[in-house]
Design a protein around this ligand. Structure first.
Ligand code: AMZ
Length: 446
């Protein structure tokens, strides 16, 4: 699939001839300038071409490129630990970040680093490591500005010409929430991570107000039954705006007819919401092929939720995660532990935890877990099941189904203090009925 060239930073899975030539050009210029990510001498075009083509075939490596006016001018690689290295599965190494000399001083290095970091975070990595020769002063200041901790110096790090140079080792703890910002925004404070920390988390949980769409209107169902729908608004865009005005930082939209039909069925309403709001939105319901996924992401949806295909076509989820890192979320909806699909009309043999592990392996950015028997019933979340799931995987888990009052949110907040993987909660009926006020909810979850 071809990727939009308008995106400043992107992960690439294949390179067109033009992109390959531009990448080699940038690498060549960086080598000549003395910052050639390990190469000391110019290599010639053929060597560089073979290198980048080969690199795309290595399963542990991911290549990210940065563009200027559509042309590749730099890149970076993320390298995961070998599969047998289970105890370091949460670590990712950033390697070979460079921007060609002719494209410097435009903030592109910072943008590249920021997006690569976001992608790593979204894939569930918790620690980013990297090392750099001490001659690379610009890179060093970039990493320091981005909050990387310089934890050690290797006195005999590399040999450049007739000189041995030392190398600086950096690390950064990645928090669990992906910044929705695309622009680079650096903290000037260097973090001092406690690598042994198991202390309670004080991250605010994200509240995702649910906008469930049925026949163009905003509804809530009970236990997912289409016949048991309460219509809350016939203007979903106005409703979405109201939730933004109430202070929510994300929207969670579901195309209910789409989930039953296996294809989007409320596209005009979704598009109207996108036009009316600026906060990031995740969208699910009926997204069953790459075309549907790509077109909603291109339309401005920040993350898509895949439910039925997570069970029925995991290869598609894997491929989507490779093409759109950080933008694919698995929706795991369970009835007594068994995963339901097709608008929850079908129940599979698969256990929620088993699917969660498979989805983590596929590379999803997060998992939304819904206990169907509680959805729309206002009796409280299934916190035990959600916590168990969050402790099984390393990707963020969003709780859903059953919130009826502030106590239910407070109980989740408390559970989240001991469960760092819990990232947020979806609230529907309780918000629409006024049982939970946005202000109070946000305070309780902070
Ligand atoms: O309420 C329902 N019957 C329902 C619902 N809310 N059915 C599906 N869904 C949601 C899932 C997930 O977000 O929670 O639709 C999404 C999955 O859709 P699909 O088409 O990928 O299975």
């Amino acid at each position: 699939m071809s990727m939009s060239k308008s995106k400043l930073v992107q992960r690439v899975l294949s390179l067109t001839d033009d992109d390959l030539q531009a990448l080699c050009e940038a690498a060549d210029a960086a080598i000549l300038d003395g910052g050639g990510f390990g190469w000391v001498q110019p290599q010639g075009r053929q060597v560089l071409e073979r290198y980048f083509k080969g690199l795309l075939l290595v399963p542990e490596r991911m290549l990210f490129v940065v563009r200027l006016k559509g042309e590749i001018v730099g890149c970076a690689q993320l390298v995961r630990a070998p599969r047998n290295n289970e105890c370091q599965a949460m670590c990712i190494t950033l390697m070979h970040l460079f921007v060609a000399p002719y494209a410097r001083n435009r903030g592109l290095g910072g943008a590249l680093l920021h997006e690569v970091e976001n992608a790593a975070r979204s894939m569930g990595f918790r620690v980013m490591n990297m090392d750099v020769p001490d001659t690379q002063t610009a890179a060093i200041s970039l990493f320091q500005k981005a909050g990387f901790l310089h934890w050690g110096t290797h006195p005999h790090f590399a040999r450049m010409g007739d000189q041995t140079v030392s190398g600086l080792f950096f690390t950064k703890l990645l928090d669990t929430v992906r910044s929705p910002l695309v622009e680079p925004s650096f903290s000037s404070q260097a973090e001092t991570p406690d690598m042994t920390a198991s202390s309670p988390s004080s991250r605010p949980l994200t509240l995702y107000p649910a906008i469930d769409l049925k026949d163009g209107a905003c509804v809530r169902l009970r236990r997912g039954e289409m016949e048991d729908a309460t219509v809350y608004s016939d203007d979903p865009a106005a409703q979405a705006r109201a939730w933004c005005d109430a202070g929510f930082k994300w929207l969670h939209a579901v195309d209910l007819n789409g989930a039953f039909a296996g294809q989007s069925a409320n596209a005009p309403a979704v598009q109207a919401i996108l036009n009316a709001t600026t906060v990031p939105m995740q969208l699910g319901g009926g997204l069953r092929d790459m075309k549907a996924i790509a077109s909603w992401l291109e339309a401005g949806v920040t993350r898509v939720i895949l439910g039925s295909v997570a069970v029925k076509n995991p290869a598609l989820v894997r491929e989507a995660c490779r093409i759109f890192p950080g933008q694919i979320v698995a929706g795991i909806d369970a009835r007594s532990g068994h995963v339901a699909t097709e608008g929850w009309a079908e129940v599979s043999d698969m256990q929620a935890t088993e699917l969660a592990l498979r989805m983590q392996e596929a590379g999803v950015a997060a998992i939304i877990f819904t206990e169907i028997s509680r959805d729309g019933m206002l009796d409280g979340l299934d916190i035990d099941q959600t916590v168990a799931l969050a402790n099984t995987v390393s990707v963020p888990v969003i709780a859903s189904g059953g919130v009826g009052n502030l106590d239910h949110l407070a109980a989740l907040r408390k559970a989240a203090d001991d469960t760092p993987g819990l990232e947020g909660v979806i609230v529907g009926r309780a918000l629409y009925d006024g049982r939970v006020s946005p202000d109070e909810a946000l305070k309780v979850l902070a």
